[in-house]
Design a protein around this ligand. Structure first.
Ligand code: MN
Length: 430
């Protein structure tokens, strides 16, 4: 990992025309799955304005390795590629950086090949990058947990006694994880319309919300019965995506006691299509918030374990301009990903390639650092104004757009966009 951060410090330039504000600089080189009308789903990377077909590069011998052939990349998800292990996948990434570098003309001079290798982002359809077997959602932002605890329970005891001793999480639903761009049908369920109601009602949620999160993708299987030691955790993390854990707050507040979230969360979660590798993000590591309560030895770590990643949320009402409503940073996360993974496996629970571990809503110290509307509007008590209209929760026709990027010394590594539009609930007799 120190190798990766040292390497990133050398500023690389490319022979490709990459806009300065591109998330997909030569320092990024993420992995994803794309298709077009004529090309079946397959592995790709991104650089500048292009998705890059790795099958075509392999067919033309650009990886000069026995382990890597066009078959490696002919899959409709990245699970098999990731399963090759970091040593091999990092070599592919480093080779791509080499091929795109200014001083390398191996691919640059093959102009007749370029139309088959490079596809503009708006000419391809991005797919869900991994087959997700398991999904866990943490609750690792202290600001978020404090705000939610204050609203749902008691402002004087917002954090439960366990919160500063372990990274709280619940097991989510993998089947309903979808890729950016998939519309969300407003979910229906049971809820109380006011605290004084004796009985619940049934209908479309009246308090639909998003949750801004980052998730990491497991890159290596572990065995049942074996805990992953905190200093080994990074070997198991392939990379990161933006994640929107859509939530129905009215359903949530009625159902969550005593076993936690269920139908308020599992109707759909959205993830961004490009997996940004841990290696690309290593240069942006930073300190996390101080953990004042001493944790048990298996959760103690050394060095910087948080990441300085700027995050933004935009809301675009139907037929209107998108407005930025929140900005925060992944570095605010109290429990870091190493602690999350060490805790997840300390009891012997195994993890599998493609599993998704989401951070929980990422909020920061200020109100406009809120990672969800529940916090930003104080559960609808203090609406925010968007294009002149007061807003408590999401309306039908709203598109939620999340963005994330790290930037230092003129080098930018970003996630692209994660977006989803809210569609009216289906009528009961549909
Ligand atoms: Mn969540």
């Amino acid at each position: 990992m120190d190798d990766a951060s040292t390497k990133a410090k050398q500023s690389l330039t490319s022979w490709l025309d990459i806009p300065d504000d591109s998330d997909f600089s030569i320092h990024n080189i993420p992995f994803g799955i794309f298709k077009t009308k004529s090309i079946p789903p397959r592995c790709c990377t991104a650089i500048g304005n292009y998705a890059v077909d790795l099958v075509v590069l392999a067919e033309h011998g650009y990886f000069n390795s026995e382990d890597i052939s066009s078959i490696t990349f002919r899959h409709e998800n990245l699970n098999e590629f990731i399963s090759l292990g970091k040593e091999k996948t990092n070599k592919v990434r480093e080779r791509l950086i080499e091929l795109f570098s200014q001083d390398n003309n191996e691919l640059q001079r093959k102009r007749d090949l370029h139309p088959f290798v490079f596809h503009k982002h708006d000419q391809v359809t991005m797919m869900l990058p991994v087959r997700v077997g398991n999904y866990t959602d943490f609750y690792s932002s202290k600001e978020h947990a404090t705000n939610v605890g204050s609203m749902f329970r008691d402002p004087n005891n917002a954090l439960l006694p366990n919160w500063e001793h372990l990274p709280v999480a619940y097991h989510g639903r993998a089947s309903s994880i979808v890729v950016s761009g998939t519309p969300l049908i407003r979910p229906k369920g049971q809820f109380k319309t006011s605290k004084n109601d004796a009985l619940p009602t049934f209908g479309p949620t009246q308090s639909l919300d998003y949750e801004l999160e980052l998730a990491f993708v497991i890159g290596k299987n572990s065995k049942i019965g074996e805990a992953i030691a905190i200093e080994k955790t990074e070997e198991y993390i392939f990379g990161f995506v933006l994640f929107n854990d859509w939530s129905a707050r009215d359903i949530q507040s009625w159902e969550y006691v005593p076993l936690g979230p269920f139908l308020s969360k599992n109707f759909m979660s959205s993830m961004s299509p490009w997996i940004i590798t841990t290696e690309a993000l290593a240069y942006y590591k930073t300190k996390g918030p101080a953990q004042d309560v001493q944790v048990l030895p298996y959760l103690r770590f050394e060095g910087d374990a948080n990441y300085d990643i700027e995050l933004e949320i935009e809301l675009q009402p139907e037929g209107e301009q998108a407005t930025r409503i929140s900005r925060t940073n992944f570095k605010h996360l109290y429990w870091n990903v190493r602690q999350q993974l060490a805790h997840h496996t300390v009891n012997g629970c195994n993890v599998c390639v493609g599993d998704i571990m989401a951070s929980g809503t990422i909020s920061g110290p200020a109100r406009d650092n809120a990672g969800c509307l529940l916090e930003q509007t104080r559960n609808g008590q203090e609406p925010i104004i968007i294009n002149g209209v007061p807003r408590k929760f999401l309306h039908d026709g709203d598109t939620v757009i999340m963005k994330g990027f790290a930037s230092k010394d003129g080098q930018r590594v970003g996630f692209g966009k994660l977006e989803g539009k809210v569609i009216k609930a289906k009528a009961v007799d549909d």
